[in-house]
Design a protein around this ligand. Sequence first.
Ligand code: SME
Length: 156
Amino acid sequence: MYSTLLKHIELFLYENPTLQDGLDWICNEIQQNLPNYDWVGFYFHHPKKKELHLKAFAGKPTDHTVIPFGKGICGQVAVSNQNFVVDDVSQQDNYISCSMDVKSEIVIPLFVETRNVGQIDVDSNTPSAFNQKDVDFLEAVNALVSTFLLRTNAQF
Ligand code: SME
């Protein structure tokens, strides 16, 4: 499933959608095809402020469309530049809850060349939903988005 999804994403991005359409499509495609992926979103770093801004998502709407660097799992990844896999969100002190249903989360930074420009964030209503395969998959999704950003010179 993961490799099929990656192929679909690669092909879709080669049709040169707008950045917004591409990210919307990726979020929906992943969320609908992977059973534990209940919410999927892309946040991008604001060009001037130390904030993450929600650019695209699939799943229930969230109030957390702007997240300061350092706050929550997402804000920590903006600062650390590291992947963050959370098996049990209730054990995290620095966590922003979007829904009481969410039990686990994975956030993978999005690099353009060496610059961390944003992240993909996935929430699951199942505890410990994510493992190394999800890390590898989401890193590969971000690599495709990064290539697309460089190729199209898309502004975000
Ligand atoms: N849980 C995240 C906030 C974003 S929502 O999951 C959509 C966090 O702690 O940063």
